[in-house]
Ligand binder design. Structure first.
Ligand SMILES: NC(=O)c1ccc[n+]([C@@H]2O[C@H](COP(=O)([O-])OP(=O)(O)OC[C@H]3O[C@@H](n4cnc5c(N)ncnc54)[C@H](OP(=O)(O)O)[C@@H]3O)[C@@H](O)[C@H]2O)c1
Length: 338
């Protein structure tokens, strides 16, 4: 049934950017907004679920690529049902379950309703749970894009207990490549070895560097996927074989990259670059995105990834959910249900 306008709905609102993540999450407020009707080029989605990703935390800290005018509604992805469409959009969308991706300055997905453009939705594949549909955009496609940079060579990654790590593991198995992980907790390493990582190193262990040398010697990874940055990037890069690449796709340490040797760049042909999912989507085009979505949905339906949700909360329980997520990120996401 179409909503009655003006439509009043609840959102989470960030009043100010806060470098301290705890302060940022405690500052979130519940607020009411109003929509008159979707305009041309817009679909109105009744949100059902939305996760919290590291990019949402970075956004609330004011440390992300997207900086919205304040107060702002956070949330870069989620899932829901199309409730209404603008005058130029096919009304057949109404009632369809969709995965949503919000970038730019528009209100985010931590809201009961969101307005999106057709290029920022995907029909939720048949058989997907709500959780799977809500987390179908950011990590699956990023893992795919990162794997494209591997050219079949073995891969070393940090923050390996992440959901993205799950997708990289599934994709590396399909391609018969070895995946070596770096984590910061022993318990995470034990879980990942059971899941099928070829080797998992614990960065907090006193013999980390020696373990890293051995793993690099054994598996010869020529690609390091770095989500942490800081001094760990330089430490790992210095041990990679000649002709290796570092692709930085996250900055979880909150620190600048350091310790990259000029000699290694010049004489061992180390290259370093970044990965941005938005740029990947822009370059990919619709046909490729749909084909990759089909292949990723098979991985999800075949339970090759688990996508665990560690805590589910309502819009009025965000501080509780975010505290839990920040304390044990490898356990799974915080999911907001509306
Ligand atoms: N560039 C892009 O376009 C793009 C797109 C998607 C995702 N990403 C990035 O990909 C990364 C993983 O995202 P996700 O959603 O898969 O994460 P996630 O499932 O929420 O898990 C986060 C992981 O990072 C680890 N971690 C957190 N802070 C860390 C630190 N300071 N040092 C080392 N490890 C740390 C956590 O380990 P503990 O359990 O030990 O806390 C956990 O395993 C993030 O950096 C995210 O921003 C980038």
């Amino acid at each position: 049934m179409k909503p009655v306008y003006p439509l009043h709905y609840r959102v989470a609102l960030l009043p100010a950017y806060q470098p301290n993540p705890l302060r940022a999450l405690l500052s979130l407020q519940l607020a009411e907004k109003t929509i008159e009707a979707p305009a041309a080029g817009q679909l109105l989605v009744r949100m059902k679920a939305a996760p919290c990703n590291p990019s949402d935390i970075a956004f609330m800290q004011g440390g992300y690529n997207v900086v919205k005018p304040l107060p702002a509604v956070p949330g870069f992805e989620g899932a829901g049902v199309v409730a209404d469409v603008g005058p130029d959009i096919d009304p057949a969308w109404i009632g369809r379950r969709v995965s949503v991706f919000v970038q730019g300055h528009n209100d985010g997905t931590w809201a009961e309703y969101v307005l999106v453009s057709p290029k920022h939705i995907l029909p939720a594949p048949d058989g997907f749970t709500l959780e799977q549909a809500a987390m179908f955009f950011i990590n699956p496609f990023t893992a795919w894009g990162l794997m494209e940079t591997a050219s079949g060579q073995n891969v070393l990654m940090n923050a390996a207990g992440s959901r993205l790590g799950e997708y990289l593991l599934a994709l590396s198995k399909q391609r018969q490549m070895h995946l070596i992980g770096i984590v910061r907790k022993e318990q995470t390493a034990e879980t990942l070895i059971k899941r099928g990582f070829d080797s998992v190193l614990v960065s907090s262990s006193p013999d980390f560097e020696q373990q890293l040398r051995q793993a690099i010697q054994q598996f010869q990874p020529h690609l390091f996927l770095d989500a942490v940055a800081g001094e760990q990037c330089g430490q790992v890069a210095s041990l990679l074989p000649p002709d290796s690449r570092v692709v930085v796709y996250g900055g979880l340490s909150g620190k600048e990259i350091s310790g990259i040797s000029a000699l290694q760049l010049i004489f061992k042909k180390l290259t370093i670059s970044g990965f941005d999912l938005n740029a990947w989507f822009a370059a990919a085009g619709n046909e490729k995105v749909n084909e990759v979505a089909r292949q990723l949905s098979l991985i999800i339906r075949n339970n090759e990834v688990q996508n665990p949700v560690a805590i589910t909360v309502g819009l009025d329980e965000l501080a509780k959910g975010l505290r839990h997520y920040l304390g044990a990120m490898s356990e799974g996401k915080m999911l907001i249900r509306f």
